[in-house]
Design a protein around this ligand. Structure first.
Ligand code: PLP
Length: 389
């Protein structure tokens, strides 16, 4: 009789939040405005597609470098030095199947049964299952909600025990839209050094920044390169979510362990799409900027409209494609609001409680996944809903 392993039966159920409920309602023919999934609305830029097609037609269809093609890793090395201020060699870069595989490799390579991994809460839910599958325990440490979800050293240090092995950072932050300052990152770095912890840093939104916000990689702070696994992806900024392309940067000492996971899992990333990635990294920055400008217009629309709705206040996201409005003025919890918006207004947003208890006074509204007109329609429907409460 076959049975599932404990990593399947003794880990939490993977939840896709409102996506599943929306799927059921859409099946009834309802015209839904989807503001829940973080799926970029743009198409992948043409020069990236062309480079990939060229590679495919040129016969780049065979096994390749297990760590990622060298020209791509060299281009990423230059990008990491110039943009992230992270000095690594090409041997300290690993090309992965999206950020998802980079984080899986980091958790699997660094966590043992009985270890604890701290997630800053509100957290990115997809990290939870992966940590649990290693046999380690997820421990939540709150961000300071009253101060706009700031990193607060004391709140995190209170959760550190003798079993703590790592802290997972998401910067810029999904779901709050915060871009952490140097001071906040230094607080976290001080803790990591004091308690000898690893930082696993998810920087998937590093290039989606507004109003001059500066993205600082925690690995660039003194003493942090050796104890940080920094993870990136082409997913969001280059609108390449379906390509499944990401990479990580880590100290040479960690690389054999990380590659033991990725090589056993998938051997390496598809060969020909790495030419597309190379075109993305070496191509014009203006293509990227045009998409971010478009996201900024949508952010401005969403934040200004949300702030006119009774019971709703919304801080300006500094980065990412998410607004995280406070709906506590309605007197309802986030799940009740998200369910009612789906039911009565045919608008899909995510309940803030999906990201942890301190998110429960918020909903997450994705402004990066629809056209401007469709977002306007969503805002009209939401305005009617909150006005009628
Ligand atoms: C914080 C965060 N990390 C990782 C991912 C997944 O990235 P990828 O599609 O490159 O695996 C997402 C996607 O929404 C995200 O928001």
């Amino acid at each position: 009789m076959s049975r599932f392993a404990r990593r399947i039966t003794q880990t939490s159920e993977k939840s896709y939040g409102m996506f599943q409920k929306a799927f059921a309602k859409a099946a009834t023919g309802a015209d839904l405005v989807h503001l829940e999934l973080g799926k970029p609305s743009h198409d992948t830029p043409d020069h990236i597609k062309q480079a990939t097609i060229k590679a495919l037609l040129a016969g780049k269809v065979h096994y390749s470098d297990l760590q990622g093609e060298l020209p791509l890793r060299q281009a990423l090395q230059k990008k990491l030095a110039e943009y992230n201020n992270i000095e690594v060699s090409a041997a300290e870069i690993l090309v992965t199947n999206g950020l998802t595989q980079a984080s899986y490799a980091a958790f699997m390579a660094l966590l043992d049964e009985g270890d604890e991994a701290i997630l800053l809460e509100p957290f990115y839910p997809q990290h939870v299952n992966k940590i649990e599958m290693t046999g380690a325990k997820v421990v939540l440490a709150p961000l300071d909600r009253e101060a706009g979800f700031r990193i607060r050293k004391e709140l995190i240090e209170a959760k550190i025990t003798k079993n703590t092995r790592m802290i997972v950072l998401v910067n810029p932050c999904n779901p709050t839209g915060r871009v952490y300052s140097r001071d906040e990152l230094q607080e976290l770095a001080d803790l990591a050094i004091k308690h000898d912890l690893v930082i696993v840093s998810d920087e998937v939104y590093e290039q989606i920044l507004f109003d001059g916000a500066e993205h600082i990689s925690i690995a660039s702070l003194p003493g942090m390169k050796e104890r940080t696994v920094t993870m990136f992806a082409f997913t969001k900024a280059y609108a390449m979510d379906g390509w499944r392309l990401g990479y990580l940067a880590a100290d040479a000492a960690l690389m054999p362990g990380l590659m033991k996971i990725t090589m056993n899992e998938v051997t390496h990333v598809n060969t020909f799409i790495q030419d597309g990635a190379l075109a993305a990294v070496t191509g014009s920055a203006s293509v990227l900027q045009d998409m971010v400008d478009d996201d900024r217009k949508k952010r401005d629309l969403v934040v200004s409209r949300l702030n006119q709705m009774p019971g709703v206040t919304c801080a300006m996201p500094e980065g990412t494609i998410y607004a995280f409005p406070d709906i506590s003025g309605t007197g309802m919890t986030s799940q009740v609001v998200a369910d009612a918006l789906l039911e009565k207004a045919n608008v899909v947003v995510e309940a803030g409680g999906f990201y942890g208890a301190s998110g429960d006074k918020h909903i997450r509204v994705c402004f990066g996944s629809q056209s401007y007109e469709r977002i306007e329609e969503g805002m009209d429907r939401m305005a009617r809903f909150f006005n009628e409460l």
